[in-house]
Ligand binder design. Structure first.
Ligand code: ATP
Ligand code: MG
Length: 707
């Protein structure tokens, strides 16, 4: 008789769930139930008494995915989620380092630098070392340092062969020293420090090895070398590793992901069980056919074909807009219709290749009053006011956190100028102490007094909030730091104040079994990014990059910006490897949709402050035409080639020149910001009340206004 947990799985899935405690690789395409199999296996192992919940180490790719996995698990079994080690690589390493911070050589209060903090920290190092940031762009330096860390290489071990590489190694070394001094770790460091801890400390390694009998890894195709090495270290000789992955969905090469790990795993672990799943349960037939057709153009694949028993469903809808604003407008109208038809907004996703695309989409959603939530990119925790608030909290938790101090020492303004800050930095450098200590011993004079007041305020706050419950603590800091006051006086501060309130809400709903809940809260904030952004529980359209959508599924998906240059991205399209990675991204994007898929493109779009023209993505041509339904073919195609056929005129003959103020009967006053196609073409007007819109010159009643 089948076990109740596997009763509704297909035979291959059930076999995978019930494998003996040996290494296994589940190699399968999108939506074939990999994550479901992995989750069910955890439940099955526990419920059949083969392992206790504490004996499981489960690794997923995003916090959102980890949460979903925990939710599914606790629905299958009555479990206390706190005792379970299921999370992302970063989250799990963070947890281990907190527990063993002394052995890892870290302060108990170590803070996590997110990517922007890390960049700021690197810039400081470069400034102190007097390094030319034109020759050594900080971003490239950051990439270099992270790359080294992901290969497990410390500054001392970096290979140098010329002045250039010697300088980079020097920056890395100084950056390492600075992080150590400040008691902070970046994302890559979480992994490397944890790896080194386990490698160095045999007792600890044995402890975890004898604990985690089953290691289960989702999205295995996107692990990097260091993550793989970490897993290997924990697996040891006797633990069972269960890896699931899809080579066609490997989309993180730019961050060091190594599909080769799938081959290495089979070899290094002498994997006995390789199971393929080919039935897709997620998408209707047309959607799946489109995904299969696109990915078939890639050469480097292990090769598998997905099929479904499901109906063919609707065709894929294609919409060609004049501009990115038109695209956004269309999407919002469709979403409103879907909502009227009774679909939950949570079941609708808008996906884009580049973060920069989200702003226009967000704008349209706001205008139409459609609630939405952004994952990744413009994260809640990356918003200025939140970063300021967190910096206060971080400085209270750990006075040696120099990044935090620098962010807020003069925010809100309190008369501490750059010169004073530089003096403090210099003192800290000479005496080898943190900025906080240097600030404490700051000299006399007017600026010295201002620094003194700052030090007193932080010291006072630290004493005052000790022992307070987290939400009250956060409230007190927002109030006494002057942050709330500052934004109250700010014209555009309303939204920022709302965000600060939301931070108190986040603190109120935060649960941890960590003794120091402030530290845990701050770590969580760094790791989670925007996942608390919209009001918890509120239905909202899900906005995210395709990268962030991996592993997720939605009833309806709007895949935007299907244009050459944007998708495939111009940086990647030129070389075959890059193009294949873009195509895998397209495959991931299409396979997120269960029932309905929209592909949209815009003939012109504002990108990085410039209006640019585009033609349809080659990926659109790779989908068999019979699967597509063009929503607005007929008027779009002839203007579609407009960019080459009708180059933009300098002074259009309709006289509506860029910069001119105009009036529209419905939209009101605006300024012409772009035009295309002469007297029969279009102009883009940025209206004061409704934002930018493309309008047809021949029809729109636009009147010049003398300003
Ligand atoms: P991805 O590659 O995108 O991560 P996946 O292989 O992990 O996809 P899942 O997310 O586990 O796929 O499953 C896709 C969908 O199919 C889910 O809604 C899941 O519940 C459903 N599903 C999986 N297996 C079955 C099954 N045997 N019967 C019914 N539904 C199933
Ligand atoms: Mg999955």
């Amino acid at each position: 008789m089948p076990h109740p947990l596997t009763e509704f799985l297909n035979p291959e899935q059930a076999a995978a769930v019930e494998l003996p405690a040996e290494h296994a690789l589940i190699l399968a395409g999108a939506g074939s139930g990999k994550t479901r199999v992995l989750t069910t296996r955890i439940a099955w192992l526990i419920s059949t008494g083969q392992v206790s919940p504490a004996g499981i180490l489960g690794v997923t790719f995003t916090n959102k995915a980890a949460k979903e996995m925990l939710a599914r698990l606790t629905a299958m079994l009555p479990l206390n989620p706190r005792g379970l080690w299921i999370g992302t690589f970063h989250g799990l390493c963070n947890r281990m380092l907190r527990l063993h911070h002394r052995d890892a050589g870290l302060p108990a209060t170590f803070a996590i630098l997110d990517s922007a903090d890390q960049l700021a920290a690197i810039k400081r190092v470069m400034k102190a070392l007097n390094i030319d940031d034109e020759r050594y762009p900080p971003k490239a330096t950051q990439h270099f340092i992270n790359g080294q860390k992901e290969n497990g290489t410390r500054a001392a071990g970096v290979q140098v062969w010329d002045d250039y590489s010697r300088t980079l190694a020097g920056i890395y070394a100084e950056y390492e020293a600075q992080c150590q001094r400040e008691g902070v770790v970046d994302f890559a460091e979480l992994l490397l420090a944890c790896y080194e801890l386990l490698e160095r400390n045999a007792a600890l390694r044995e402890h975890y090895r004898s604990r985690f009998r089953h290691i289960l890894v989702d999205e295995f195709q996107d692990t990097n070398r260091l993550q793989y090495a970490w897993l290997k270290l924990l697996a040891g000789e006797s633990n069972a590793m269960f890896a699931v992955g899809d080579d066609d969905q490997s989309i993180y090469a730019f961050r060091g992901a190594n599909v080769g790990n799938m081959y290495d795993f089979q070899r290094d672990f002498a994997v006995k069980h390789v199971i393929r799943l080919e039935q897709n349960y997620r998408s209707h037939g047309h959607i799946l056919d489109a995904a299969n057709a696109v990915i078939a153009n890639n050469r480097e694949r292990l090769g598998k074909q997905l099929w479904t028993n499901d109906v063919a469903g609707e065709p894929i809808r294609v919409f060609e807009a004049m501009s990115d604003f038109g695209e956004a407008e269309f999407i919002v109208e469709e979403i409103s219709q879907l909502q009227r038809d009774g679909l939950d907004l949570n079941e609708v996703a808008i996906l884009y290749r580049s973060n920069a695309q989200s702003r226009v989409l967000e704008h349209a959603l706001v205008q139409a009053n459609v609630p939405y939530r952004v994952y990744g990119g413009l994260r809640f925790y990356e918003r200025q006011e939140i970063k300021h608030a967190l910096a206060y909290l971080r400085l209270i938790a750990n006075p040696d956190d120099d990044n935090a101090l620098l962010r807020i020492i003069n925010f809100p303004t309190r008369g501490i100028g750059n010169r004073t800050i530089e003096t403090i930095q210099e003192t800290a450098r000479v005496t080898g102490t943190s900025l906080w200590l240097a600030a404490c011993s700051s000299g006399a004079g007017r600026s010295g007094a201002a620094v003194g007041r700052f030090v007193q305020m932080i010291d006072g706050l630290r004493r005052q909030v000790e022992g307070l419950p987290l939400p009250e603590l956060v409230s007190a800091v927002l109030d006494q730091s002057g942050l709330q006051e500052h934004y109250r006086n700010d014209k555009e501060g309303e939204e920022r104040l709302a965000n600060l309130d939301e931070l108190v809400n986040a603190a109120a709903s935060f649960v941890t079994d960590d003794e120091n809940d402030l530290i845990a809260f701050l770590a969580n904030a760094s790791l989670e990014g925007g996942e608390h952004a919209a009001g918890a529980g509120q239905m909202a359209v899900q906005l995210m990059t395709i990268h962030a959508a991996k592993g997720l599924e939605f009833h309806s998906v709007f895949l935007t910006g299907i244009e050459e240059g944007l998708f495939p991205h111009e940086n990647s399209a030129a070389e075959p490897k890059g193009l294949e990675e873009e195509r895998r991204l397209m495959y991931v994007a299409i396979t997120r949709a269960r029932r309905r898929l929209y592909l949209s493109l815009a003939q012109s779009r504002m990108l990085h402050g410039q209006s640019r023209y585009a033609i349809a993505s080659r990926f659109l041509d790779e989908i068999p035409q019979e699967l597509l339904h063009y929503l607005n073919r007929g008027y779009a195609p002839q203007t579609y080639s407009a960019p080459t056929a009708a180059p933009k005129q300098k002074t259009p003959d309709h006289g509506l020149a860029i910069g001119m103020t105009v009036k529209h009967p419905k939209f009101g006053i605006g300024v012409v910001i772009d035009h295309e196609g002469g007297a029969t073409g279009n102009v883009q007007v940025n209206f004061r009340d409704v934002g930018p819109k493309w309008l047809a010159v021949g029809y729109a009643k636009l009147e010049p206004v003398s300003s």
